[in-house]
Write a protein that binds this ligand. Structure first.
Ligand code: HEC
Ligand code: HEC
Ligand code: HEC
Ligand code: HEC
Ligand code: HEC
Length: 215
C-alpha cells in the first residue's frame, strides 16, 4: 500500500530545523562580514598603466610625497601628479626605457596617463585631506608604508568604524605636522600626553556627528 508520507519524511523536521539554524548562521555571518572592517577592499592593488614604483622614488631617491601630491595640504583631494612632474626627470633619465613609453606618449600628445584609483570612499562620504594633514594625521596612518610599495595597495579598511576609532581618540594617532609625510615614524614614549596637550591647545575636535561626514 502506498504510504501517504514517504518514510524519509521523518527527516523533514530535522532538515528544516537545520535550515533555520543554518539560515541564522548565514544571516549573522553576512551581517558580521558586511560590518567588519575586512569587508572593504584592503589589499586592493589595481594594475597601473605605468610600472611606477613608490618604493624606488620615495625610499631610494628620497622624494617627499608633496613633490608629486602637491595639493594634499591645501585641498580636499590629493592630486595625482601631471606627466610634467615625471618629465622633470624623465626628459633626461631613462629616455629610451620601454616602461616609460606611456609617459613619453602622454607628454607628446597631451593626454593624461589614466592612473587607476586605489582608495575609494562612497559618494555620500565627505573627506578632506588638508583637514587631516594639517592637524597631525600622517599619510602613513591611513595609507601605510607607501615607501615600501612597488605597487600601491589599500592598507586600511576606510570604513566608518575605522574613521570613528580615531575621531573618538585622536591622541593615540597624531604626530607633529612636520612629520606627516614621514614613513616609519616612531612616536616618542610620551606622545599621548603631548597630543592631549596639543589637542586642547589647538582645539582639535574630530567630528563624530553624522552630518559632518554625511550631508
Ligand atoms: C614622483 C611622484 C610621486 C611621489 C614622490 C609620491 N607619489 Fe604617490 N602616487 C604617484 C602616482 C603617479 C600615483 C598613481 C599611480 C599609483 O597608484 O601608483 C600615486 C598614487 C598614490 C596613492 C594612491 C592614490 C589612490 O588612487 O588612491 C597614494 C595613497 C599615494 N600615492 C601616497 C603617496 C605618499 C604617502 C607618498 C610619500 C611617501 C607618495 N605618494 C609619493 C606619484 C608619486
Ligand atoms: C585620515 C586618513 C588619510 C590621510 C591622513 C591621508 N589620506 Fe590620502 N586618502 C584617504 C582616503 C579616505 C582617500 C580616498 C578619498 C576618496 O575616495 O574620496 C585618499 C585618497 C588619496 C589619494 C588619491 C586622490 C584622492 O584625493 O582621492 C592620494 C594621492 C592620497 N590619498 C595621498 C595622500 C598623501 C600624500 C597623504 C599625506 C600627505 C595622505 N593621502 C593622507 C585617507 C587619508
Ligand atoms: C626626481 C627625479 C624623478 C622623478 C620626478 C620621477 N622619476 Fe622615475 N626614475 C627616476 C630615476 C633616477 C630612475 C632610475 C633610473 C635608472 O634606473 O637608471 C627612475 C625610474 C623610473 C622607472 C623605471 C624605468 C625603467 O626602465 O626601469 C619608471 C617606470 C619611472 N621612473 C616612472 C616615473 C613616473 C611615472 C614619474 C612621475 C609620476 C617619475 N618616474 C618621476 C627619477 C625620477
Ligand atoms: C588617525 C586619525 C583620523 C582618521 C583615521 C580619520 N580622521 Fe577625520 N579627522 C581627524 C582629525 C585630527 C581631524 C581634525 C579635527 C579638527 O580640525 O578639529 C579630522 C577632521 C575630519 C572632518 C572635519 C573636516 C573639516 O573639513 O572640517 C571630517 C569630515 C573627517 N575628519 C572625516 C573623516 C573620514 C570620512 C574618515 C575616514 C575615511 C576620517 N576622517 C578618518 C582624524 C582622523
Ligand atoms: C568620521 C566620519 C563619519 C561619521 C561621523 C559618520 N559616518 Fe557613516 N560612514 C562613514 C564612512 C567612511 C562610510 C563608508 C563605509 C564604507 O565604505 O564601508 C559610512 C557609511 C555609512 C552608512 C552606510 C553603511 C553601509 O554599510 O553601507 C550609513 C547608513 C551611515 N554611514 C550612517 C551614519 C550615521 C547615522 C552616523 C551618525 C551616527 C554616521 N554615519 C556618522 C563615515 C562617517
Amino acid at each position: 500500500m502506498a504510504q501517504i508520507f514517504p518514510k524519509n519524511a521523518n527527516t523533514l523536521p530535522v532538515l528544516s530545523l537545520a535550515g533555520v539554524l543554518f539560515g541564522g548562521v548565514l544571516v549573522v555571518g553576512l551581517v558580521w562580514y558586511y560590518f567588519s572592517p575586512e569587508f572593504v577592499d584592503v589589499g586592493y592593488a589595481p594594475e597601473q598603466p605605468v610600472e611606477y614604483s613608490h618604493r624606488f622614488h620615495v625610499s631610494e631617491l628620497g622624494l617627499d610625497c608633496r613633490y608629486c601630491h602637491s595639493y594634499v595640504e591645501v585641498s580636499p583631494h590629493a592630486n595625482i601628479p601631471a606627466t610634467e612632474t615625471c618629465m622633470n626627470c624623465h626628459s633626461q633619465i631613462q629616455t629610451e626605457s620601454l616602461k616609460l613609453l606611456p609617459v613619453r606618449e602622454s607628454w607628446a600628445t597631451g593626454n593624461s596617463i589614466e592612473w587607476v584609483k586605489v582608495n575609494f570612499l562612497p559618494d555620500y562620504v565627505q573627506f578632506n585631506h588638508s583637514a587631516h594633514v594639517n592637524n597631525g594625521v600622517g599619510c602613513e596612518t591611513c595609507h601605510g608604508r607607501i615607501d615600501q610599495m612597488e605597487v600601491v595597495y589599500q592598507e586600511e579598511p576606510l570604513s566608518m568604524g575605522w574613521c570613528l576609532e580615531c575621531h573618538r581618540q585622536p591622541e593615540l594617532y597624531l604626530r607633529p605636522n612636520s612629520e606627516v609625510t614621514t614613513m616609519g615614524y616612531v612616536h616618542p614614549t610620551d606622545f599621548v600626553e603631548q597630543n592631549v596637550e596639543r589637542i586642547a591647545q589647538d582645539g582639535i575636535v574630530p567630528p563624530t556627528n553624522c552630518s559632518a561626514c554625511h550631508y
